[in-house]
Design a protein around this ligand. Structure first.
Ligand code: 6PG
Length: 478
């Protein structure tokens, strides 16, 4: 045995993780169900480092130094279970099985518990950054036991992205904590992408700008507080011209957004935990709406407001700047909601997740990496139990300063009939949170009326029911 770690599942993510490990001087055992992939890797990239190709589960396990560290990089769901079932019987107590795919955290909890019974460590880890990240330095979010992190952590930190010399990898928390945090990362990713897409749609629909001009606007924004990977690649996509037609690339791509399911998981979990992640939900539903081609075709003729030059004259001069402010404020809301969800998940499952560390490891390597995350890190470092990012010093001021522009952008969108579910729901969340009173009192009255569901009063302790049908003057303590 001479490999310090092994990777099984050598499709592009697994292959790039293996290469990243080897490039950092670690000896990496390789295994794949179809042998050719293993041979191809060694043939093409063998010179990058020390690889140990293996062609059976037994050979793979024998190649690993103890405690064995075995990274599984296969499709989430049944294929992951199949690989675990294949390898677990060959391992010995103390060995560490790492699932680096996008697994659902509930599956990770189940697998961790099952392997723990056999004395094995199971580490479900989030890995973000796509193919390039896997090769050059991803953001890594490992869960599992603290003990497993002692020997595994240094390897993962070594291959992760670095920001100011600090690795974008930390032990997030036990069992499914890592995959939970990766799930919320993806939810925020959906929200961020939707908000950026709405900004593009607004600049085009209200100002009549061309994609290439909007690319320039994004490039400018990317030099300020919105500086982020997603804004950067957005500018590149918008500036791209389709080589076949000479048209803007965004105009020749079918406008039906797809998804692999992590956004949906985030929303489902938000509902289960009762956390209002409205931005992530709207972003997920916006993708789903876009994909209903038949429905959209049927509705295409429905009347909307005039968007002609007269209507556009009402668009404020400052509109592009207003959109930047609305985007920033809505983005703060998206992250505030995502961190609320992590806080709630951590409490629910007893994970003790340090929010500042999560923000810190998202500063580099991952898809949502952004300058802004350093401010989130600082906010949670200063106040680990901060109820919401919206009330922390710098964010509070930025959002309050942006609110007029934010309202103006949403009003313009409504007036011109440009759909902005992301901006609108973020603003409604902000107004909902800061409201003195919400009409939830009326909802309680309605519930009590038709279902005797009772209500609490602002002036007295206890639960009450009004006898609406017989005599509304009578109120009983329930
Ligand atoms: C990442 C990405 C990655 C993947 C998503 C895309 O962090 O590297 O989030 O995990 O690209 O699964 O998700 P959708 O297909 O659902 O958009």
């Amino acid at each position: 045995a001479r490999a310090s770690i092994g990777v099984t599942g050598l499709a592009v993510m697994g292959r790039n993780l293996a290469r990243n490990l080897a490039r950092h001087g670690h000896t990496v055992a390789l295994h794949n169900r179809t042998e050719q992939r293993t041979r191809d890797l060694v043939e093409q990239f063998g010179s990058e480092g020390d690889f140990v190709p293996t062609y059976s589960a037994e050979e793979f396990v024998r190649a690993l130094e103890r405690p064995r560290k075995l990274v599984i990089m296969v499709k989430a769901g049944a294929p992951t279970d199949a690989v675990i079932d294949e390898f677990a019987p060959l391992l010995e107590p103390g060995d560490i099985v790492i699932d680096a795919g996008n697994a659902h955290f509930a599956d990770t909890r189940r697998r961790e518990a099952a392997l723990r019974e056999r004395g094995l460590h199971f580490v479900g880890t989030g890995v973000s950054g796509g193919e390039e990240g896997a090769l050059h330095g991803p953001s890594i979010m490992p869960g599992g036991s603290a003990e497993s992190y002692e020997s595994l952590g240094p390897l993962l930190e070594d291959i992760s992205a670095k920001v100011d010399g600090a690795p974008c990898c930390t032990h997030v928390g036990p069992d499914g904590a890592g995959h939970f945090v990766k799930m919320v990362h993806n939810g925020i990713e959906y929200s961020d992408m939707q908000l950026i897409a709405e900004s593009f749609d607004l600049l085009r629909g209200a100002l009549g700008l061309e994609p290439a001009q909007i690319a320039e606007t994004f490039r400018t924004w990317n030099t300020g507080r919105l500086d982020s990977y997603l804004i950067e690649i957005t500018a590149e996509v918008l500036a791209h011209t389709d080589p076949h037609t000479g048209k803007p690339f965004v105009d020749i791509v079918a406008d039906e957004a797809e998804q692999k399911g992590t956004g949906r998981w985030t929303v489902q979990n938000g509902l289960e935990l009762g956390v209002p992640i409205t931005g992530i939900a709207e972003a997920t539903f916006a993708r789903s709406l876009s994909g209903h081609a038949g429905l959209r075709q049927a509705a295409r003729g429905l009347a909307g407001p005039d968007r002609g030059s007269a209507a556009r004259q009402g668009v404020p001069e400052s509109f592009a700047d207003d959109v930047e402010q609305a985007l920033y404020a809505s983005k703060v809301v998206a992250y505030a909601q995502g961190f609320h969800q992590i806080q709630a998940g951590s409490a629910e499952f007893g994970w003790n997740i340090d929010l500042a560390s999560v923000a810190a490891i998202w500063r580099g390597g991952c898809i949502i990496r952004a300058t802004f995350l350093d401010d989130i890190r600082a906010a949670y470092r200063a106040e680990p139990t901060l109820p919401t990012l919206l009330t922390s010093g710098g964010f509070r001021k930025a959002v309050e300063d942006a609110q007029d522009a934010w309202r103006s952008v949403v009003a313009t969108a409504v007036r011109l009939g440009i759909p902005t579910p992301g901006f609108s729901t973020a603003l409604a969340y902000y107004d909902g949170l800061r409201a003195d009173r919400l009409p939830a009192s009326l909802i309680q009255g309605q519930r009590d009326y038709f279902g005797a569901h009772t209500y609490r009063r602002v002036d007295r302790e206890g639960s009450f029911h009004t006898t609406w049908a017989t005599d509304p003057r009578v109120e009983h303590e329930a």
